[in-house]
Design a protein around this ligand. Structure first.
Ligand SMILES: C[S@@+](CC[C@H](N)C(=O)[O-])C[C@H]1O[C@@H](n2cnc3c(N)ncnc32)[C@H](O)[C@@H]1O
Length: 348
């Protein structure tokens, strides 16, 4: 039985420890929160179509090369998210009648692997919840180990783990966030916008407002107190609208603009809502904003410099893999890089 079959799709297994330290990398916690209860299409709302097409072309080429001439292929997608790369692998295999693909999708978040396990043709990816720094797979158990913007969240050991599980004759191929690259720059812009909104504390002002105004109506607090609360909310709304107006277009700006509108509309029709319902809504919005900002800063933190990736390459060579010269992926020559391309093979 394939080791990943130990984790059935209908129940969240605990993260296998496999005799390693039980400490999970801190970057993974925001991701677990991000995927909880999310439907497919979650992560890709942040990716522009040109970049999506480039990634798709890249993986289709990698899979076509790797599957050609092989009958049975064992593949694992590491930090697979909702399974975009797995789906491309499956589509490529379905188009090659001689290839039988056995795919495993592994991620630290149960809700992500559950999405990634959706079948494509007769390929049914097996979900495995795992920290990529401590994979629950035997040495040399996969023909192809792949990862797209994933391993770097699990730290440098994750690259060695990926190399460890590749069979003789097999391949490890990863796309990795680039320090100073296009994705890092746009994540930093989004993180700055969301950080500014959090600092303005709009949702705290909204929370004060929804509690104070009904109390002023019932005479429990003075008119001056109610007025100063309303002024504080108005100032916060104006500040957030100002920073949003100066931000680059995209999902983060739309998210914040919607938040401003919702606050304005709720504040203008307080009588239409129960205070408790609004408090729950405010807490939900705060958590979402904090998780979004944390995820953006974590993408910036994990982006790899050339020096760090060269260390990864040396480490993989030291454990016997042949590693191709480092390259980057970009929309066109001279454009800011979107990813490091790491390609390694185990001879045999
Ligand atoms: C930027 S997303 C990429 C997802 C997917 N590979 C893709 O390209 O659509 C990063 C993924 O890494 C996962 N992740 C974060 N830390 C991890 C860890 N320590 N081990 C395994 N997966 C992790 C997250 O849950 C998330 O799905």
């Amino acid at each position: 039985m394939h080791p990943a079959a130990l984790f059935p799709a209908d129940r969240p297994p605990s993260i296998p420890r496999m005799g390693h330290s039980s400490k999970t990398h801190p970057e993974s916690e925001a991701w677990q929160q991000f995927w909880t209860g999310r439907a497919r299409g979650g992560e890709h709302q942040f990716r522009d179509p040109e970049m999506a097409r480039l990634l798709q072309r890249h993986w289709t080429k990698v899979f076509t090369e790797s599957f050609n001439g092989r009958q049975d292929v064992d593949l694992v997608d590491l930090a697979c998210g909702e399974g975009e790369v797995l789906a491309l692998a499956a589509e490529t295999a379905v188009a090659l009648p001689a290839t039988r693909l056995q795919a495993v999708g592994t991620d630290v978040a149960w809700d992500a692997v559950a999405l990634a396990a959706q079948p494509v043709g007769d390929v049914r990816p097996v979900p495995a919840v795992a920290d990529c720094a401590r994979l629950p797979f035997s040495d040399e158990s996969f023909d192809l180990a792949v990862s797209q913007y994933g391993l770097e969240y699990a730290g440098a050991e994750a690259f060695l783990e990926a190399g460890r599980i590749v069979k003789p004759g097999g391949r490890f191929h990863a796309l990795v966030h680039v320090k100073g690259g296009a994705v890092e720059v746009s994540c930093q812009e989004v993180a700055d916008l969301l950080g500014a909104v959090i600092e303005i504390a709009l949702l705290d002002r909204m929370s004060d407002f929804i509690v104070t105004i009904p109390r002023a109506v019932s005479g429990e607090v003075s008119g001056e107190e109610a007025q100063s609360c309303a002024d504080a909310l108005r100032l916060a709304l104006e500040s957030v609208a100002r920073v949003t107006g100066g931000a680059a277009p995209g999902p983060a700006r739309d998210h914040v603009a919607r938040l401003v509108q919702d606050c304005q509309s709720a504040a203008g029709r307080l009588g239409a809502y129960r205070t408790e319902d609004l408090q729950v809504w405010i807490e939900g919005q705060k958590a979402e904003l904090a998780a979004f900002e944390h995820r953006m800063t974590s993408m910036v933190r994990v982006a790899q410099s050339e020096e760090r990736l060269r260390d990864v390459v040396e480490n993989l060579k030291a454990v016997g893999l042949e590693v191709s010269a480092l390259e980057t992926l970009a929309i066109e020559a001279g454009a800011p890089p979107l990813a490091w391309v790491l390609d390694a093979r185990r001879s045999g």
